[in-house]
Design a protein around this ligand. Structure first.
Ligand SMILES: [Zn+2]
Length: 444
């Protein structure tokens, strides 16, 4: 597997820390609202990456968290007059529904900040003891100046960053780049700590959850949207450098954003596209197909044109698969298991090339073309047809699109044969009647 590592700005050969094992963490949502299509993209991308690793024989430990305490959650709870827990649980359930609807494989763990509080407080205490963090009036800040190499992850010079991050007059921070590890709060949910009641800062949560879930080790892959590179991931990494003297992860993988008809999605433009609406309208298969249709690092433009093209593209794959299923079922050969190794190998090569899904799609179109040809010959080679179908199904499986389940009963097989006969005999009235019966059963 080759992956583009945003830490080095290079495509690198993936070398796991432990043989045959991938430890991967992807920053999860702050659960104060439904997720939009841009949030669904990393769900699908990292689930697909995991499937490629598994196809290559790796054991993947994939963890993704919930940020279930945050100002946005607190404000929403106050607005609605309910508890923060109620808000968080509502949107955690909605997020999990999206993951399920999109056929994602189960996570190894999905930790919550509120259930990691003791560890978070202990970790902040450790940073204070080591002199990397300082306490001001109930707040705890991380001192960025203490970490040599701050900025290396997002390729920025701390001097340049400081210009943009001047300390406001009423700010308690020593330097503009310093960030809060613990926030003294007077409103909303809070926890006791050695520095007084408050709640943790966002950047510190992921570091602690990674440490807890991965046996206090650094991980192989840290993922998330490009917008998390700075400051979130830089700040996560700075804390790990402070606590352990090494980077939090070997490979940092960031996916591109999703635009809507050429525009950035934003509250002010009112063009937010919710993931649940997309899945409801297009179905999970087409949604995944769209989300993987451009290279994961590039911007994906979600537009009517994108949907139309994706629909056509996916149909090019599923139509011959369906025809093959019918043909094989009629011949009682639906269970042939051999697959076309050449095309499947080519597909995997594309996926192993930094998840080059456009090239992988091209391999699928080529394979579907070969299957179409095999279906059209007068005396079809059923073994060949099964091989292409099975290869395509294996490819779809890696994309998280389940195979069509078609099994025909004896009665349905008779019906299908009767339809073919009626057409041959040019009895169009009868053929139409049989056709609508077959359509009703979803066979045609
Ligand atoms: Zn994070």
């Amino acid at each position: 597997m080759k992956l583009y590592n945003t830490k080095t700005l290079q495509v690198e050969e993936f070398v796991p820390r432990h043989p045959h094992e991938v430890n991967m963490y992807v920053c999860g949502p702050t659960v104060y609202n439904y997720v939009h299509i841009g949030n669904a993209r990393p769900i699908v991308i990292f689930d697909t990456l995991r499937r490629v690793f598994e196809a290559e024989g790796y054991n993947v430990r994939y963890v993704s968290n919930y940020t279930d305490v945050d100002d946005k959650i607190i404000n929403k709870a106050i607005e609605e007059g309910v508890s923060e827990t109620e808000i968080a649980e509502r949107y955690m359930a909605a997020y999990n529904k999206i993951r399920e609807d999109l056929h994602t494989e189960p996570l190894y763990d999905a930790p919550q900040v509120t259930k990691t509080m003791n560890e978070i407080i202990a970790f902040i205490g450790e940073l204070v003891d080591k002199g990397y963090a300082y306490v001001v009036d109930g707040d705890v800040y991380f001192s960025v100046d203490m970490v040599p190499g701050y900025g290396h992850l997002s390729h920025q010079n701390p001097k340049d960053l400081e210009v943009g991050a001047r300390v406001a007059e009423n700010d308690k921070k020593r330097s503009g780049l310093d960030f809060a590890l613990w926030k003294k709060t007077d409103k909303g949910i809070k926890w006791d700590s050695p520095w007084g009641p408050g709640r943790p800062g966002w950047h510190t949560e992921c570091v602690v959850m990674i440490d807890k879930d991965f046996n206090h080790e650094s991980i192989d892959i840290h993922g998330g949207g490009k917008d998390l590179r700075f400051p979130h991931h830089e700040n996560e990494n700075a804390q790990n450098l402070a606590a352990k003297g090494k980077d939090l992860a070997n490979y940092w993988i960031h996916n591109g954003m999703v635009n809507v008809s050429g525009q950035k999605m934003s509250k002010s433009l009112g063009n937010t596209v919710w993931a649940k609406d997309v899945i409801e309208e297009l179905g999970p298969d087409l949604t995944r197909w769209i989300l993987l249709s451009v290279r994961y690092r590039d911007v994906l433009d979600y537009s009517p044109k994108t949907i139309e093209e994706a629909e056509k593209g996916l149909r090019k794959i599923t139509t011959p698969i369906h025809q093959a299923n019918v043909k094989l079922a009629l011949a009682d050969k639906e269970n042939l298991e051999a697959y076309d190794k050449a095309s499947y190998g080519e597909f995997l090569d594309a996926m192993n090339d930094d998840l080059n899904t456009p090239n992988a799609y091209a391999v699928m179109y080529k394979t579907a073309g070969a299957l179409n040809q095999a279906l059209r010959v007068r005396e079809p080679d059923l073994e060949k047809i099964a091989e292409y179908r099975n290869a395509l199904e294996k490819m779809l499986d890696i994309l998280g699109i389940p195979a069509e389940k078609l099994s025909l009963s004896a009665e349905e097989k008779d019906l299908y044969r009767a339809w073919l006969d009626a057409r041959k005999e040019k009895d169009f009235e009868k053929a139409d009647k049989l056709r609508s019966q077959l359509e009703e059963k979803g066979i045609l």
